[in-house]
Design a protein around this ligand. Structure first.
Ligand code: ZN
Ligand code: ZN
Length: 371
């Protein structure tokens, strides 16, 4: 495979200044950064190619050799050119790109290069109806989160300015001093270990490199979710700082109460009110399901508390096949108001029942209990 011309890779002319090279590299490296192009092999290739091109052209000696001899002049290997004298290394440039919140945040110790931090995971509590959970849905979410500041592209410096290398530590973030035989490193105070200081912080993000924005997004909620289900949306949490990857978004499901159904796992529960006559004589009744109605046969002499199971009319199983069942529990409803005709019929029934009880010698017992 033939190598592309380094100037072409960066999209600059052969007479580009160092500053032009740097700007071009920044813009392109940000576009093809692996964190932003996950699972995109071509972006990763481009990103590597950019690093190699910039590594050579940013070094005056290498650039001169490249100009005279082309790729052959710098063929010692791109990886080695990155550490060439006079050039701070690829991480420094990427550090520039992805924010310096710590410069102003303070309190950090340790080397700057280990400071790339993954963005925070976010939790979003979403209440949905049982119907939504039954069918699955696409939810429109509005999520406040920290995103890379567009004004400064995340480096925290006002447009047109750059964070400057800290003069106290020369950019390493640490100062070393000799103590007897030992060389002791200590976090640089003026830059608080960041290696950079910002004379003109970006006014939009106040130098943090990240800014709170409300992000709108669609999230597919699969059928069968229940209260407590957590859906992970990769990379949709907060932006990382200093080149770190974004966190993840977790959508936590809450089911709103339903007027008819209670849910346990993939089964649904409902009550089935029957009149005394239906329960006593038996009847064909229609039971509401999530999809409409289902006819069931209530046998003669059905008691309150009797449970009928309607197979496959429960909730879909999350991520699996099949459905739960619907259980309906009979409750015989005592009428609270009667028409004249109903009253007359019930009175007749009462006389018959009373006589029945007398015949069986049960009346006194009933009086004893309630008397
Ligand atoms: Zn900014
Ligand atoms: Zn410093």
């Amino acid at each position: 495979m033939s190598k592309r011309d380094y100037y072409e890779v960066l999209g600059v002319s052969r007479t580009a200044t160092d500053q032009e090279l740097k700007s071009a590299y920044r813009a392109l490296a940000q576009r093809y950064h692996p964190d932003k192009n996950q699972n995109d092999a071509s972006a990763e290739e481009k990103f590597k190619e950019l690093g190699e091109a910039y590594g050579v052209l940013a070094d005056p000696d290498q650039r001169q050799r490249y100009d005279r001899f082309g790729h052959a002049g710098v063929s010692s290997g791109a990886g080695q050119t990155w550490g060439a004298p006079g050039f701070g290394g690829i991480e420094d440039i990427l550090g520039d790109l992805f924010g310096f919140s710590d410069v102003f945040g303070g309190g950090r110790t340790g080397a700057r290069r280990s400071a790339a931090q993954r963005g925070a995971d976010l939790r979003y509590d979403l209440e949905i109806t049982l119907e939504d959970a039954y069918r699955g849905m696409t939810a429109q979410l509005r999520i406040p989160r920290l995103e890379t500041c567009e004004t400064c592209k995340g480096n925290g410096a006002a447009p047109g300015t750059q964070p400057e290398t800290c003069s106290n530590c020369g950019g390493s973030g640490q100062v070393r001093y000799q103590q007897g035989f030992f060389s002791v490193a200590r976090t640089c105070q003026p830059c608080r270990g960041a290696g950079r200081v910002m004379k003109n912080p970006c006014t939009d993000c106040r130098g943090a490199g990240r800014i709170e924005r409300e992000k709108q997004m669609e999230v597919k909620i699969p059928a069968g979710v229940e209260t407590g289900s957590r859906l992970r949306v990769q990379g949709e949490g907060e932006s990382g700082s200093q080149g770190g990857p974004s966190g993840d978004l977790y959508v936590v499901i809450h089911l709103a109460e339903h007027e008819r159904f209670e849910r346990q796992g993939s089964n649904l529960y409902a009550s089935l009110p029957l009149t005394f006559a239906q329960a006593a004589l038996g009847a064909d009744v229609f039971v509401s399901t999530m999809e409409g109605e289902e006819k069931i046969k209530v046998p003669t002499g059905t008691q309150t508390g009797t449970v009928f199971r309607i197979k496959g009319k429960g909730m879909p199983v999350l991520g699996g096949r099949g459905r739960g069942d619907l259980f309906v529990s009979v409750s015989v409803v005592t009428p609270t108001s009667l028409t004249r005709e109903q009253r007359k019929l019930l009175e007749q029934l009462a006389i018959i029942e009373n006589k029945d009880l007398e015949d069986k010698g049960l009346v006194d017992k009933v009086r004893d209990i309630f008397g």
